[in-house]
Every structure is written in structure tokens, then in C-alpha cells.
Design a protein around this ligand. Sequence first.
Ligand code: TYM
Length: 328
Amino acid sequence: MERVLSGIQPTGEIHLGNYLGALRHWVEMQDSFDAYYCVVDLHAITVPYEPAKLADRTISTVAQLLAVGLDPAKATLFVQSHVPAHTELQWLLNSVTQYGELRRMTQFKDKSQGQDAVSAGLFNYPILMAADILVYNADRVPVGDDQRQHLELARNIAQRFNQRFGDVFTVPDAAIPGVAARVMDLANPENKMSKSASSTQGIVGLLDPPKQVAKKIRSAVTDSGAEIAFDPAAKPGISNLLSINAAVTDRSVDDVVAEFDGQGYGHLKVATANATVAFLEPIQARYAALMDDPGAITAILSTGAKKASQQASEMVIRAKDAMGLLAG
Ligand code: TYM
């Protein structure tokens, strides 16, 4: 069985972009792959954050993952910092990653821009991400389009390691969806939906109250013109709504275009708002029930970390051995 790995940061506020670009596919893939999914708390500490909230946000993130349909009986669900093999492998991979490669990462450029104090962790972030993937010999990595460059680096690191030290790592393939790989901010459809946006006006959180969700979608900025057509370059606002509608009603974009063909933008907005609210309702109910029993969540994470550690520590031993380190 092929293996899949992916990760999400514990912001506690998963948005529709995360869900449509990645999580929806995590859920699909848990049925046909040996799936490993982690909450990447060590990545979250590379930028300023609130230590007192991190643990709660990690639990909340896991509860949201379970609420959207991840099943611990099918997928191994764990917290990155509970499996020390990730950081151990990262150190080894530091030595096969070039400074120039990291400097070219657009996410680093974006996140470091305008900051006085940029941590070394933010610079090395993509190496830890490569370690997350390679330490499980993952074949496929379901991510949104914004992670494409990081995935390419992980592939280069794996190939370089294998060339220098022998065939140790599987070179992973990115699994980037054809639709909704880049969900855009509703208020500013030229930018991707992102938790670091200056306003939450254009971001639909999975846990947002229904009225807020409906309002955000009904107020979505759309393009000039009146024709309902899927064309992300020329019509980013309408295309975004079409992708969201397709995803939450579980249809193809073509079917949604056919339904709204010849109708006004307003109609599409109202229908998408209603469909999204209806889609989120059972997720929010499951989330509330899961959060009533945080002990059950920590138990799932503890089982996940044990299983993940077994796999991951074997790979670290193989990597160290290939690199010529003295066995302990
Ligand atoms: P993160 O936490 O920012 O996002 C989690 C997933 O959501 C996707 N995503 C989007 N997809 C479509 N449209 C959007 N607007 C949108 N915003 C976010 C992301 O592409 C991602 O798949 N570095 C990663 C986490 C990570 C990881 C890994 C991923 C750490 N280690 C190993 C895969 C494998 C990140 O910060 O994702």
C-alpha cells in the first residue's frame, strides 16, 4: 500500500482554504493509502506565537481534523513534536540542503518581509518539512498549491541524499488538487485565503458562526461582468465561489457552472452561502461533541505518536548508518 503524509499548523482556526486544498483529500486518501497526518507544532513556533495558547490550539486543530472526517482507525494522527525522529532527521538533512535553496523559498521571503527578528527556524522550516515527509518514506503528499515549492525542495533533498549516501529515501510526489488548490480570500480574490491576512473578512473558518459565514460569502468581492464562468485568471472572485460551491455540495465545477448559467452573481453568492452553512453545520456539531472529551483526543494522539515513532525511528537509523555515523 502506498504511503501518504501531510501536515497542518495548529492555528486552531482551520479555514475553507485548508479544507478544500488539503484536508478534503486527506479524508479521501485515508481509505486507500497508509496515511500519516500530523499537526506541525514545531513549525508554528518559528514565528511569534502565544505559548499559553499553543497546546489548546493543537487539541482544537485535531478536533477539527476529526470533525471533517479523519478516522483514527484508518489514519495515524499525531503531533509532530511527539515524534523526535522528525527533528533528528532534520539535522541530518541540514547538511544536504543548500543555503541558496532556502533563500529562494517564496514563503520565507513573504513571512520574513518587514519583520525585525527573523528566526533561524523560519529559514530552516522547509528542511523540517522535508524531514516530516522523508522520515516516513511517503509516496504522496496532499497539499494546496502554496506548498508546491516546499515539496519540490523535499524531492531535491531526497534525491541528493540518495546520490551521496545510497538509496535511503523515497522521492515523494506532491498531490495538488485540480480544483481549489488555491482558495482565494473572499474580500480580496487576488490573494489566497490565509490566516495571516490582515482582516478575517474574506476568510471562512470551519468554526465561524453560520450568520458570519453567510455574510462573508454574500459580501464576496466579484469581478466586473455578469457571466458565470470558471476562469480563475480573468474572474478570480466568481471562480472562487464556483470552486467553494462545488466542494461543499460535492459536485464538479462544471455542474455548478451549468446550474447557475445565465443567472446573476447575486444568486450564486446566496446559494453558495447557504450551501456552505449547511455543509459546516454537522462539522461544527461534531467538533463541539469532540471538545467535550479532550481526554479522548489525547488518547488518539498518544496511540498515533507511538505508531509514527516506530516507523520514523527506523528511518533515522538507516539515514545515520548511510551517512557513516557510528552506531550507538
Ligand atoms: P498550513 O498549515 O499553512 O496549511 C495546511 C494545508 O492547507 C493548504 N492551504 C490551502 N489550500 C488551498 N487554498 C488555500 N488558500 C490554502 N491555504 C492553505 C496548504 O497548502 C496545506 O496543505 N508547511 C505546511 C505544513 C507542513 C506540511 C509538512 C505539509 C509541515 N510539514 C509535511 C505537508 C507535508 C503549512 O504550513 O501548511
